[in-house]
Write a protein that binds this ligand. Sequence first.
Ligand code: C5P
Length: 227
Amino acid sequence: EKKLIIAIDGHSSCGKSTVAKDLAKKIGYTYIDSGAMYRVVTLFAMRHNLISEDQVDENKLAHLISEVAISFQYNNEKQRHETYLNGELVEDEIRNMSVSNNVSVIAKIKFVRDKMVAFQRELSKEGGVIMDGRDIGTVVFPNAELKIFMTADVEIRAIRRFKELKEKGEDISLDEIRENVKKRDFIDENRDESPLKKAEDAIVLNNSHLTPAEQLDWIVDQMNKVG
Ligand code: C5P
């Protein structure tokens, strides 16, 4: 059977990674989280004090970015995909609110995107990949066999994220999360480099009122239509 590339793009916090991981598990594909890559670069930039008030010291970052090595590993015990920066486990740190607040200004930078896109293509050489992000169907894999564009009402996304972070013990208000989600969408949709938009040949999945299981069934249906 042909090993496809499946691109899942869409708005922030609408459950792209949940459905992507579920699908990967079900069909034996590799899941690749492109957002984690931009989060790692953001964490790296923050640690080097290169971001302040939405301004990035791009010159310094351009010099330092060659020091960033990103890798992924599946943790069997925790049953989760984990992200590493230069061999250091940073999975939890890249999901916290301060990284979420800074990531979209890092993801606007062309040399950052070029490096991430090259890595994403390198990791996908063999096919059989499900990748989620913002520009996967438009820029990274314009020839992907299946492209999904996911979205959900902003209030529903904020509430889902709120519950998730609360469970992790992060002390954060629903208002803060809603603002972060809206701000990220705005920056992602309005940037010059690879803005978030639906690829012409992507199919839309609005999951505001769908369970993860229903979303998975829907995607498997779509896959059967193309494959
Ligand atoms: O998917 P996630 O929400 O973790 O992505 C974090 C941020 O990384 C997004 O808000 C966006 O700014 C950026 N991103 C991107 N292109 C991708 C994936 C993520 O610009 N392919």
